[in-house]
Design a protein around this ligand. Structure first.
Ligand SMILES: C[S@@+](CC[C@H](N)C(=O)[O-])C[C@H]1O[C@@H](n2cnc3c(N)ncnc32)[C@H](O)[C@@H]1O
Length: 358
Protein backbone atom coordinates (compact mmCIF):
# COMPACT_ATOMS: atom_id res chain seq x y z
CA UNK A 1 0.00 0.00 0.00
CA UNK A 2 1.28 3.55 -0.73
CA UNK A 3 2.86 4.99 2.38
CA UNK A 4 5.18 7.54 3.94
CA UNK A 5 7.92 6.74 6.45
CA UNK A 6 8.46 9.31 9.21
CA UNK A 7 11.40 9.47 11.64
CA UNK A 8 10.76 10.79 15.13
CA UNK A 9 12.33 10.86 18.57
CA UNK A 10 11.78 7.43 20.20
CA UNK A 11 8.84 7.69 22.60
CA UNK A 12 7.03 10.28 20.48
CA UNK A 13 5.56 7.95 17.83
CA UNK A 14 1.99 8.54 19.05
CA UNK A 15 2.46 12.29 18.94
CA UNK A 16 3.96 12.17 15.48
CA UNK A 17 1.09 9.86 14.43
CA UNK A 18 -1.50 12.34 15.73
CA UNK A 19 0.31 15.10 13.87
CA UNK A 20 0.47 13.03 10.66
CA UNK A 21 -3.27 12.31 10.80
CA UNK A 22 -3.95 16.01 11.35
CA UNK A 23 -1.81 17.23 8.44
CA UNK A 24 -3.04 14.48 6.10
CA UNK A 25 -6.67 15.19 6.90
CA UNK A 26 -6.13 18.90 6.24
CA UNK A 27 -4.60 17.96 2.89
CA UNK A 28 -7.62 15.78 2.07
CA UNK A 29 -5.59 12.58 2.31
CA UNK A 30 -7.25 9.73 4.18
CA UNK A 31 -5.20 7.00 5.77
CA UNK A 32 -3.96 5.45 8.96
CA UNK A 33 -0.70 5.11 10.88
CA UNK A 34 1.34 2.05 11.85
CA UNK A 35 3.57 2.85 14.80
CA UNK A 36 5.43 0.81 17.39
CA UNK A 37 6.16 2.51 20.72
CA UNK A 38 9.80 3.57 21.18
CA UNK A 39 10.80 2.50 17.66
CA UNK A 40 11.75 5.99 16.42
CA UNK A 41 9.74 5.69 13.20
CA UNK A 42 6.19 5.28 11.92
CA UNK A 43 4.37 4.67 8.69
CA UNK A 44 1.44 6.64 7.31
CA UNK A 45 -0.53 4.42 4.88
CA UNK A 46 -3.15 5.43 2.34
CA UNK A 47 -4.92 3.79 -0.61
CA UNK A 48 -4.40 7.02 -2.51
CA UNK A 49 -1.04 6.67 -4.31
CA UNK A 50 -1.14 10.02 -6.09
CA UNK A 51 -2.37 11.70 -2.88
CA UNK A 52 0.65 10.33 -1.01
CA UNK A 53 3.03 11.54 -3.71
CA UNK A 54 1.42 14.98 -3.82
CA UNK A 55 1.51 15.24 -0.04
CA UNK A 56 5.24 14.52 0.17
CA UNK A 57 5.87 16.95 -2.67
CA UNK A 58 3.67 19.83 -1.55
CA UNK A 59 3.06 19.72 2.20
CA UNK A 60 5.73 22.07 3.58
CA UNK A 61 8.17 19.81 5.44
CA UNK A 62 9.25 22.61 7.76
CA UNK A 63 5.78 22.55 9.36
CA UNK A 64 6.40 19.18 11.02
CA UNK A 65 6.83 19.46 14.76
CA UNK A 66 7.49 15.81 15.65
CA UNK A 67 8.83 14.38 12.37
CA UNK A 68 12.56 14.69 11.74
CA UNK A 69 12.55 13.21 8.26
CA UNK A 70 10.22 11.60 5.78
CA UNK A 71 10.20 9.70 2.52
CA UNK A 72 7.72 8.13 0.18
CA UNK A 73 8.02 4.35 0.46
CA UNK A 74 8.94 2.44 -2.70
CA UNK A 75 9.73 -0.90 -1.16
CA UNK A 76 10.07 -2.96 2.00
CA UNK A 77 12.58 -5.81 2.24
CA UNK A 78 12.43 -8.27 5.11
CA UNK A 79 14.92 -10.93 4.07
CA UNK A 80 18.12 -9.13 3.08
CA UNK A 81 20.79 -11.79 2.47
CA UNK A 82 23.97 -11.18 4.49
CA UNK A 83 26.18 -11.67 1.43
CA UNK A 84 24.36 -9.26 -0.91
CA UNK A 85 22.08 -6.67 0.56
CA UNK A 86 22.65 -4.23 -2.30
CA UNK A 87 20.72 -6.03 -5.07
CA UNK A 88 17.39 -6.35 -3.20
CA UNK A 89 17.64 -2.74 -1.97
CA UNK A 90 18.21 -1.51 -5.52
CA UNK A 91 15.30 -3.62 -6.72
CA UNK A 92 13.09 -2.06 -4.01
CA UNK A 93 14.06 1.40 -5.22
CA UNK A 94 12.83 0.47 -8.70
CA UNK A 95 14.21 2.49 -11.56
CA UNK A 96 14.11 5.80 -9.65
CA UNK A 97 16.75 8.34 -10.59
CA UNK A 98 18.17 10.07 -7.52
CA UNK A 99 20.89 12.58 -6.76
CA UNK A 100 22.12 10.74 -3.66
CA UNK A 101 21.37 7.85 -1.33
CA UNK A 102 21.36 7.86 2.47
CA UNK A 103 21.30 4.66 4.49
CA UNK A 104 19.89 5.45 7.93
CA UNK A 105 18.63 3.76 11.09
CA UNK A 106 16.21 4.66 13.90
CA UNK A 107 17.47 6.77 16.81
CA UNK A 108 17.38 3.80 19.23
CA UNK A 109 20.13 1.65 20.73
CA UNK A 110 19.30 -1.16 18.28
CA UNK A 111 19.29 1.39 15.47
CA UNK A 112 22.66 2.86 16.41
CA UNK A 113 24.15 -0.65 16.38
CA UNK A 114 23.44 -0.63 12.63
CA UNK A 115 25.48 2.51 11.93
CA UNK A 116 28.57 0.68 10.65
CA UNK A 117 26.52 -1.54 8.36
CA UNK A 118 24.66 1.58 7.13
CA UNK A 119 27.89 3.38 6.26
CA UNK A 120 29.23 0.42 4.31
CA UNK A 121 25.97 -0.15 2.46
CA UNK A 122 25.68 3.51 1.55
CA UNK A 123 29.00 3.40 -0.32
CA UNK A 124 28.07 0.20 -2.15
CA UNK A 125 24.64 1.51 -3.10
CA UNK A 126 26.05 4.79 -4.37
CA UNK A 127 28.52 3.00 -6.62
CA UNK A 128 25.82 0.63 -7.93
CA UNK A 129 23.45 3.52 -8.66
CA UNK A 130 26.25 5.31 -10.46
CA UNK A 131 26.93 2.24 -12.60
CA UNK A 132 23.27 1.81 -13.50
CA UNK A 133 22.99 5.50 -14.45
CA UNK A 134 20.43 6.18 -11.70
CA UNK A 135 22.64 8.63 -9.81
CA UNK A 136 22.22 12.06 -11.40
CA UNK A 137 23.02 15.30 -9.63
CA UNK A 138 20.09 17.04 -11.35
CA UNK A 139 17.50 14.68 -9.85
CA UNK A 140 15.19 16.43 -7.35
CA UNK A 141 14.98 13.21 -5.32
CA UNK A 142 17.18 11.59 -2.70
CA UNK A 143 16.98 7.85 -1.99
CA UNK A 144 16.53 6.73 1.62
CA UNK A 145 17.08 3.31 3.10
CA UNK A 146 15.92 2.95 6.70
CA UNK A 147 17.52 -0.14 8.20
CA UNK A 148 15.33 -1.75 10.85
CA UNK A 149 17.73 -4.67 11.30
CA UNK A 150 20.45 -6.36 9.28
CA UNK A 151 17.69 -8.16 7.37
CA UNK A 152 14.91 -5.58 7.14
CA UNK A 153 14.77 -2.16 5.48
CA UNK A 154 12.33 0.40 4.14
CA UNK A 155 13.35 2.01 0.86
CA UNK A 156 12.02 5.19 -0.69
CA UNK A 157 12.62 8.68 -2.02
CA UNK A 158 12.24 12.19 -0.63
CA UNK A 159 12.19 15.53 -2.45
CA UNK A 160 15.51 17.20 -1.64
CA UNK A 161 13.85 20.60 -1.43
CA UNK A 162 11.12 19.36 0.90
CA UNK A 163 12.83 17.17 3.48
CA UNK A 164 15.49 17.51 6.17
CA UNK A 165 18.90 18.20 4.62
CA UNK A 166 20.73 16.07 7.23
CA UNK A 167 21.21 12.28 7.42
CA UNK A 168 18.97 10.89 10.21
CA UNK A 169 16.98 14.12 10.07
CA UNK A 170 19.04 16.39 12.29
CA UNK A 171 22.32 18.32 12.09
CA UNK A 172 25.27 16.76 13.94
CA UNK A 173 26.73 19.47 16.14
CA UNK A 174 29.94 19.41 18.15
CA UNK A 175 29.86 20.63 21.71
CA UNK A 176 32.05 23.77 21.68
CA UNK A 177 34.76 23.37 24.35
CA UNK A 178 34.36 26.90 25.69
CA UNK A 179 30.56 26.83 26.05
CA UNK A 180 29.27 26.77 29.63
CA UNK A 181 26.47 24.20 29.18
CA UNK A 182 25.28 21.54 26.76
CA UNK A 183 22.08 23.47 26.20
CA UNK A 184 24.14 25.80 24.00
CA UNK A 185 23.67 23.10 21.34
CA UNK A 186 19.90 23.50 21.53
CA UNK A 187 20.02 27.13 20.46
CA UNK A 188 22.60 26.35 17.79
CA UNK A 189 20.38 23.55 16.49
CA UNK A 190 17.40 25.93 16.52
CA UNK A 191 19.36 28.31 14.28
CA UNK A 192 20.07 25.48 11.81
CA UNK A 193 16.69 23.76 11.87
CA UNK A 194 14.14 26.52 12.48
CA UNK A 195 15.89 29.23 10.47
CA UNK A 196 17.35 26.80 7.94
CA UNK A 197 15.99 28.54 4.89
CA UNK A 198 16.14 32.01 6.42
CA UNK A 199 19.86 32.62 6.81
CA UNK A 200 19.01 36.33 6.44
CA UNK A 201 17.18 36.05 9.77
CA UNK A 202 20.13 34.66 11.78
CA UNK A 203 21.61 36.78 14.60
CA UNK A 204 24.07 39.38 13.32
CA UNK A 205 26.90 41.32 14.97
CA UNK A 206 25.76 44.27 17.08
CA UNK A 207 22.17 43.12 17.31
CA UNK A 208 20.76 43.12 20.82
CA UNK A 209 19.14 40.27 22.69
CA UNK A 210 17.56 39.43 26.03
CA UNK A 211 18.09 35.90 27.36
CA UNK A 212 15.43 35.05 29.98
CA UNK A 213 16.47 32.24 32.33
CA UNK A 214 20.02 32.51 31.04
CA UNK A 215 22.16 30.73 33.66
CA UNK A 216 24.70 29.22 33.36
CA UNK A 217 24.84 30.89 29.95
CA UNK A 218 24.79 28.33 27.12
CA UNK A 219 22.30 30.29 25.02
CA UNK A 220 23.93 33.63 25.86
CA UNK A 221 27.30 32.16 24.81
CA UNK A 222 25.79 31.12 21.47
CA UNK A 223 24.54 34.67 20.89
CA UNK A 224 27.78 36.42 21.83
CA UNK A 225 29.70 34.11 19.47
CA UNK A 226 27.63 35.76 16.73
CA UNK A 227 28.53 39.24 17.93
CA UNK A 228 25.20 39.93 19.64
CA UNK A 229 25.04 42.04 22.83
CA UNK A 230 23.02 40.25 25.49
CA UNK A 231 21.09 41.15 28.63
CA UNK A 232 21.06 37.87 30.58
CA UNK A 233 18.24 37.66 33.12
CA UNK A 234 18.54 35.01 35.84
CA UNK A 235 18.90 34.85 39.60
CA UNK A 236 21.52 32.18 39.14
CA UNK A 237 25.20 32.80 38.32
CA UNK A 238 26.56 32.98 34.79
CA UNK A 239 29.73 31.09 33.88
CA UNK A 240 32.82 33.35 33.90
CA UNK A 241 33.63 32.77 30.21
CA UNK A 242 30.27 34.32 29.29
CA UNK A 243 31.02 37.51 31.22
CA UNK A 244 34.61 37.81 29.98
CA UNK A 245 33.80 39.12 26.53
CA UNK A 246 32.17 42.28 27.87
CA UNK A 247 29.09 41.83 25.69
CA UNK A 248 26.83 40.59 28.48
CA UNK A 249 24.89 42.47 31.15
CA UNK A 250 23.71 40.08 33.87
CA UNK A 251 20.53 41.13 35.71
CA UNK A 252 19.30 39.12 38.68
CA UNK A 253 15.62 39.70 38.01
CA UNK A 254 12.42 37.74 37.47
CA UNK A 255 12.04 36.77 33.80
CA UNK A 256 8.28 37.27 33.98
CA UNK A 257 8.52 40.79 35.40
CA UNK A 258 11.48 42.02 33.33
CA UNK A 259 10.83 44.77 30.80
CA UNK A 260 13.58 46.01 28.46
CA UNK A 261 14.32 49.74 28.57
CA UNK A 262 14.33 49.80 24.79
CA UNK A 263 13.25 47.27 22.15
CA UNK A 264 15.74 44.55 21.22
CA UNK A 265 16.15 42.34 18.16
CA UNK A 266 15.94 39.00 19.97
CA UNK A 267 14.39 37.52 23.06
CA UNK A 268 15.27 33.92 23.88
CA UNK A 269 13.75 32.04 26.79
CA UNK A 270 14.70 28.71 28.34
CA UNK A 271 12.84 29.11 31.64
CA UNK A 272 11.24 25.88 32.83
CA UNK A 273 7.58 26.88 33.25
CA UNK A 274 4.11 25.82 32.14
CA UNK A 275 3.57 26.20 28.38
CA UNK A 276 0.63 28.55 28.97
CA UNK A 277 2.74 30.90 31.09
CA UNK A 278 5.63 30.86 28.61
CA UNK A 279 3.26 31.49 25.67
CA UNK A 280 1.70 34.46 27.50
CA UNK A 281 5.19 35.89 28.05
CA UNK A 282 5.98 35.57 24.32
CA UNK A 283 2.71 37.26 23.41
CA UNK A 284 3.50 40.18 25.70
CA UNK A 285 6.97 40.72 24.19
CA UNK A 286 5.84 40.47 20.58
CA UNK A 287 2.59 42.41 20.85
CA UNK A 288 4.21 45.25 22.81
CA UNK A 289 7.05 45.38 20.28
CA UNK A 290 9.74 44.69 22.89
CA UNK A 291 11.50 42.42 20.39
CA UNK A 292 11.21 41.30 16.76
CA UNK A 293 12.09 37.65 17.17
CA UNK A 294 11.68 35.07 19.91
CA UNK A 295 13.07 31.58 20.38
CA UNK A 296 11.66 29.65 23.31
CA UNK A 297 11.03 26.20 24.69
CA UNK A 298 7.64 24.72 25.46
CA UNK A 299 7.64 21.86 27.95
CA UNK A 300 5.40 19.03 26.81
CA UNK A 301 2.80 17.23 28.90
CA UNK A 302 3.04 13.45 29.38
CA UNK A 303 0.08 12.73 27.10
CA UNK A 304 -1.67 14.21 24.08
CA UNK A 305 1.39 16.26 23.32
CA UNK A 306 0.45 17.12 19.74
CA UNK A 307 -2.97 18.38 20.81
CA UNK A 308 -1.39 20.49 23.56
CA UNK A 309 1.22 21.97 21.20
CA UNK A 310 -1.44 22.78 18.66
CA UNK A 311 -3.67 24.42 21.23
CA UNK A 312 -0.88 26.57 22.66
CA UNK A 313 0.39 27.66 19.24
CA UNK A 314 -3.09 28.37 17.92
CA UNK A 315 -3.81 30.51 20.98
CA UNK A 316 -0.56 32.39 20.45
CA UNK A 317 -1.30 32.93 16.78
CA UNK A 318 -4.75 34.29 17.54
CA UNK A 319 -3.24 36.89 19.85
CA UNK A 320 -0.63 37.92 17.25
CA UNK A 321 -3.27 38.15 14.54
CA UNK A 322 -5.64 40.15 16.74
CA UNK A 323 -2.77 42.59 17.27
CA UNK A 324 -2.44 42.92 13.48
CA UNK A 325 1.06 41.42 13.41
CA UNK A 326 2.51 39.63 10.42
CA UNK A 327 4.79 36.86 11.51
CA UNK A 328 6.52 33.64 10.65
CA UNK A 329 6.41 30.74 13.10
CA UNK A 330 8.22 27.43 13.22
CA UNK A 331 8.03 24.82 15.94
CA UNK A 332 10.00 21.60 16.10
CA UNK A 333 11.14 18.98 18.53
CA UNK A 334 14.87 19.35 18.08
CA UNK A 335 17.36 16.53 18.58
CA UNK A 336 18.49 18.31 21.74
CA UNK A 337 14.92 18.68 23.01
CA UNK A 338 13.68 15.98 25.34
CA UNK A 339 10.21 16.54 26.79
CA UNK A 340 9.88 19.86 24.98
CA UNK A 341 9.79 21.60 21.64
CA UNK A 342 11.51 24.77 20.46
CA UNK A 343 9.66 27.59 18.73
CA UNK A 344 10.86 30.49 16.59
CA UNK A 345 8.58 33.43 15.83
CA UNK A 346 9.63 36.51 13.94
CA UNK A 347 7.43 39.53 13.43
CA UNK A 348 8.02 41.27 10.15
CA UNK A 349 5.68 43.69 8.38
CA UNK A 350 7.21 42.56 5.06
CA UNK A 351 5.88 39.02 5.46
CA UNK A 352 2.98 38.41 3.13
CA UNK A 353 0.58 36.05 4.87
CA UNK A 354 2.12 33.75 7.41
CA UNK A 355 3.51 30.30 7.92
CA UNK A 356 2.76 28.36 11.03
CA UNK A 357 2.83 24.93 12.59
CA UNK A 358 -0.92 24.57 12.84
C1 LIG B 1 17.21 25.33 31.77
S1 LIG B 1 17.99 26.61 32.63
C2 LIG B 1 18.59 27.64 31.36
C3 LIG B 1 19.83 27.14 30.70
C4 LIG B 1 20.42 28.15 29.75
N1 LIG B 1 19.56 28.40 28.60
C5 LIG B 1 21.77 27.73 29.24
O1 LIG B 1 21.91 27.51 28.05
O2 LIG B 1 22.71 27.65 30.03
C6 LIG B 1 16.65 27.52 33.26
C7 LIG B 1 17.07 28.76 34.03
O3 LIG B 1 15.90 29.53 34.25
C8 LIG B 1 16.07 30.23 35.46
N2 LIG B 1 14.74 30.68 35.92
C9 LIG B 1 13.68 29.94 36.29
N3 LIG B 1 12.64 30.73 36.61
C10 LIG B 1 13.07 32.01 36.42
C11 LIG B 1 12.46 33.29 36.57
N4 LIG B 1 11.19 33.40 36.96
N5 LIG B 1 13.20 34.38 36.29
C12 LIG B 1 14.49 34.27 35.88
N6 LIG B 1 15.11 33.09 35.72
C13 LIG B 1 14.41 31.97 35.98
C14 LIG B 1 16.74 29.23 36.37
O4 LIG B 1 17.45 29.92 37.39
C15 LIG B 1 17.67 28.49 35.40
O5 LIG B 1 18.96 29.04 35.45
Amino acid sequence: MPSILLYTRPGFERDCAAEAMYHAENAGLSGYVNAKPDSGWLQFCSEDASGVREFVRHFDFSLWVFARQWFEVRGHVEDLPVGDRVAPLLAALGGATVSDVWVEYPDTNEGKALSKLARGLEGHLRRSLEKSGQLRSVSPLRAHVLLISGAEAWVGTAPIENSAPWPLGYPRLRMPKAAPSRSTLKLEEAFHVLLGRRSDALPRPNQRAVDLGAAPGGWTWQLIQRGVKVIAVDNGPLAPQVMEEGRVLHLREDAFAFKPQQPVDWMVCDVVETPARVAALMERWLVRGWCKTVIFNLKLPMKRRWQEVQQILEGLEKVLEAAGLRYELRAHQLYHDREEITVWITVDPAIVGRTSAG
